[in-house]
Design a protein around this ligand. Sequence first.
Ligand SMILES: Cc1ncc(COP(=O)(O)O)c(C=O)c1O
Length: 379
Amino acid sequence: MLSDKVANIPPFYVMEVLERAQQLEEEGRDIIHLEIGEPDFPTASHICDAAKEAMCAGNTKYTHSQGLIELRQAISRNYKGRFDVDVDPAQIIVTSGTSSAMLLLFLAMIDAGDEIIMSNPHYACYPNFVRTAGGVPDFIYTNEDNGFMLQADDLAAHINSETKAILINSPSNPTGQVLSAETLMEIAQVAGDVPIISDEIYQGLVYEGEDHTILEYTDNAFVLNGFSKLYAMTGWRLGYLISPKKYIRTLQKVQQNLFISTNTFVQYAGIAALEGPQEQTQEMVRTYNERRLYLIGRLREIGFDIRNEPKGAYYVLADARKFGEESLALSRQILEDIGVAITPGIDFGQGAEGHLRFSYANSLENIKEGMDRLEKYLM
Ligand SMILES: Cc1ncc(COP(=O)(O)O)c(C=O)c1O
C-alpha cells in the first residue's frame, strides 16, 4: 500500500531515543536529556504576548500565501541589518517551520532521479526529504581530518548532469562547525550554475568566528531559516524560504495548494521575535557558550575524542570509538544503564558512525549530572 519512496524510510533516531527516554521516565527513572536539539529556555514573554494580542484582535484567518507582508519586511530588514544583503519581501515564503520550507522546496525542485549534494554527516532528515520528493542524496563524506568541512575540490568532483542543487548547513547539526567566509565563497564559485540550498536555522548561535549567509556570496541560492532555535520557538512551527525571484511564482502556487498559508498569530509572534527586545536571546547565546566550553572539557576528560571544537549551534559530535564502534548500540546501552539520553552518530549518516552527538540545550546542572554519570560508567 505504501509507496517505495517511504517504505524504507529510517526513523529519526533522536526521536526514538527521546521516546524511549520518556518511557523510562514514566517508569520512574531519572533521565538526563542530552539528545534533543530543543532549547530548554521558554519563548520570551514579549513574543508570547504578541501572539495572544494578535489572536484576541481577531487575526485568526488565512494570510497571504507567502505570509504577512509585515513579517516578510521584518525578515528582509533582519538580513539587511546583519549581513548587508538585499532580500525583497517578495522573495520570501513564510512556512510552518524550516521543515515545511524544505518540503516545499524539494517537492518543487526535484524530478525523479535528481541528485542533491550534501555532506555526510548531515542533519538526519535531509536524505529522507530528498528521497520522499523522488530525488537521490549524493553524499560528500567529511571527517575530523578536514574539520567536517565540505571541500571545494570534492564538490567539483561530485557535480554532474544529474545534480539539481548543493545543500549546505552552517552552523551545522550535528558537527557544530561554522563555514568561514572563504569556504562559502569557494563553494559558491565551484557551484556555478547549480543552485545552493543553505539551511541557516542555527544562524545567531555562533560562539567563535563569524555568522554568514550564503546570500553574501551568490544570488543563485535558496535559504531555509526559522525561529525554532535562536528564539526558542520549536513548538510554534515558524520558518521561511528565501528564493531567487524567478522561481517565486511557482513556489507560491505550490504553497497555496499544499499549505494555503502559515498560522496567522504565530506570524505576529515572528515579527515580535525579530523586531522586539533581543536581550533574552543574547543571554541564551552567552549561556550556550558557557555550556559548550564545559561540555567539551568534561567529554575530553572522560576520553571522548573531539579534534574539532564545535563553534556554533548547540551540539558536540564526539568520537566515541574508544567505547564502542556502533553508536546506536552504545547510546542504547548508556540510556538503559545510566539514564543519559544521547543521539547516536549514525542518525546523521555513515560519516558520523562511531560518534555520539551531545546537545547542550540543557542546563549546566543537568549537563554536569550527565557527565558525572558517564564518567563513573565509562572510566
Ligand atoms: C539543521 C536543521 N534544519 C532544520 C531543522 C528543522 O527545524 P524546524 O523546527 O524549523 O522545522 C532542524 C531541527 O532540528 C535542524 O537541526
